[in-house]
Design a protein around this ligand. Structure first.
Ligand code: ME8
Length: 510
């Protein structure tokens, strides 16, 4: 039976165009999706846009257009960026689509049938930029504790969701399933939040109209976070109980999010699901935040990193690589051009690019471009092979821990070992001695084989570079369609493979 894997990104607000933060979560999800596909999983990768709510209504008013016009425009700009970034999503959901609106209304009904919705009066604070309710006590210096922007007093009739009812069940789930919420620090944060007591949650508003109407009482629009979170199941066909994608994929769901939206995903969402009688996602991973040259990115500073600009100047693969290599997933990090250039020149051009061109150069010079067969193995060769095999195993473990930077560190340890192997085995001296012909064959084969496995390992991160390596290595079947059981082992490169000359994998920056 094939294992399934369902990975999601947050659905992004359409009041503005995408920036590096959006690109980050989406690339991480893409890397997971690609890795699982490579390993033979049946994968479903969902992203999309979050288009309702007060913030969207106000942003559209400020731009003098309708919320839907704004959503159409900016949802398209997300899609354009994902195309440019080679994001391999299987589905893109917009919360203004009928399939979603119907699903949300059905979910709302389901919560009501469970006896978990009642009508009341909300009187407290609201942060419009975060679309989040806060109590007086939660505010910091009278401002939003999350984004530090001004909050507004809201006093209006509202439907409430009995979140308090699920407090104990949620706490138990968090305690019993360490993988449910990662990293550990975030899990602890949410455990203490839940343990301190959950209040019922306002789940509708009446003071604006841009949202999904509450069933049976269209004066109310459904709270935008209930609307948005539901995308993860409406996209799979909820509420149709027989929807095939829902049955197949929901049990394996992994939500990647930024730490800013932890509470919504780790508290509200599981409570809604429990009320609806649905299983909880398998894992939620909250990553850290990027700053730019040491500063928080904000509209007022106008210092958002524009992914288009970085890609146009440095290329897509280096950008994808940098995002996941520079900072451990889960921690905050800083984007700086100097750091990006450094990674390009040292890791990509020097370590990896040079290894490929050196190898190809030697195979052409000594064997007319044809990968020789390996002869008897010496300790030096065995060491390289063992490291390669160990790397495949350890990278797999790193992936199951969302440790992207670790997966890349391990891969680079193999690249560096291969570079050292070239130096120690000195093919150029072997080539001078006709008696060492077989030995030279073993060495060249080992280097080429190590590079082939390296191409597999980098494929999820840098699909284009991996394909170019693959082509230069002369392997006919496309990398994306290989069978891991066959290809993911040392020795799968057939001797006699004819390398192809190609341009430098990563040219050095001056
Ligand atoms: O919150 N560094 O949408 P959003 C890293 N619509 N990641 C960042 C970042 C930064 N500086 N800034 C943003 C929403 N992100 C809701 C989500 S989901 C049901 C609804 C990333 O457009 C990060 O993943 O504000 C964060 O969670 C997401 O963008 C927020 O995107």
């Amino acid at each position: 039976m094939t294992s399934t894997f369902y990975v999601t990104t947050p659905i992004y607000y359409v009041n503005d165009v995408p920036h590096i933060g959006h690109a980050y979560t989406t690339v991480a999800a893409d890397v997971l999706a690609r890795y699982r596909r490579l390993r033979g999983f049946q994968v479903h990768f969902l992203t999309g846009t979050d288009e309702h709510g007060q913030k969207m209504q106000r942003a559209a008013e400020a731009q003098g257009i309708t919320p839907l016009e704004m959503a159409d425009r900016n949802s398209a700009s997300f899609r354009e960026l994902w195309a440019k970034m080679d994001i391999s999503y299987d589905d893109f959901i917009r919360t203004t689509e009928p399939r979603h609106e119907q699903g949300v209304a059905a979910l709302f009904r389901r919560l009501a049938e469970a006896g978990d919705i009642y009508l009341g009066q909300y009187e407290d604070w609201y942060c419009v930029p975060d679309e989040t309710y806060y109590t007086e006590l939660q505010l910091k210096d009278g401002k939003c504790p999350m984004c530090r922007r001004p909050v507004e007093k809201v006093k209006e009739e509202s439907y409430f969701f009995r979140m308090s009812k699920y407090q104990d069940r949620l706490l138990r789930h968090l305690q019993d399933h360490p993988e449910f919420l990662q990293p550990e620090s975030r899990r602890n944060e949410i455990i203490s939040f839940v343990a301190s007591g959950l209040r019922d949650l306002s789940i509708s508003r009446i003071s604006f109209a841009w949202g999904i109407p509450a069933p049976d009482n269209p004066r109310h629009v459904i709270y935008v976070w209930l609307d948005a979170l539901a995308n993860y199941i409406t996209a799979l066909g909820y509420p149709d109980p027989k929807a095939e994608p829902f049955q197949t994929f929901w049990p394996s769901a992994v939500h990647l999010i930024g730490k800013d939206i932890l509470r919504h995903h780790a508290v509200y969402w599981p409570c809604f699901l429990m009320s609806a009688g649905l299983p909880l996602p398998k894992a939620i991973f909250a990553h850290g935040w990027w700053t730019h040259e040491g500063e928080k990115m904000s509209k007022s500073l106008g210092n958002f990193v524009d992914p288009h600009d970085v890609i146009d100047r440095y290329g897509l693969d280096p950008f994808r690589y940098f995002l996941l290599r520079e900072v451990p997933f889960g921690l905050d990090g800083d984007f700086s051009e100097a750091a990006l250039r450094q990674r390009i020149n040292s890791d990509l051009a020097n370590d990896l690019g040079n290894l490929l061109s050196r190898t190809a150069g030697m195979v052409f010079k000594y064997r007319d471009g044809i990968v020789p067969a390996s002869g008897p193995i010496e300790p030096l060769d065995r060491e390289l092979r063992e490291l390669a095999e160990e790397t495949l195993t350890k990278v797999d473990q790193a992936f199951s821990l969302f440790a992207f930077n670790r997966a890349l560190e391990l891969t680079w340890a193999l690249i560096n070992k291969t570079n050292k192997y070239v130096d120690s085995s000195a093919p150029w001296s072997l080539a001078k001695d006709p008696a060492k012909k077989e030995r030279l064959g073993t060495v060249l084969y080992s280097i080429a084989e190590s590079l082939r496995l390296t191409a597999l390992l980098i494929q999820p991160f840098m699909p284009d570079a991996a394909n170019r390596m693959w082509e230069q290595l002369g392997i006919p079947e496309p990398l994306e369609r290989l069978d891991w059981k066959e290809a993911g082992r040392w020795g799968a490169l057939p001797p006699g493979t004819r390398l192809r000359k190609g341009p430098a994998l990563f040219p050095r920056l001056e």
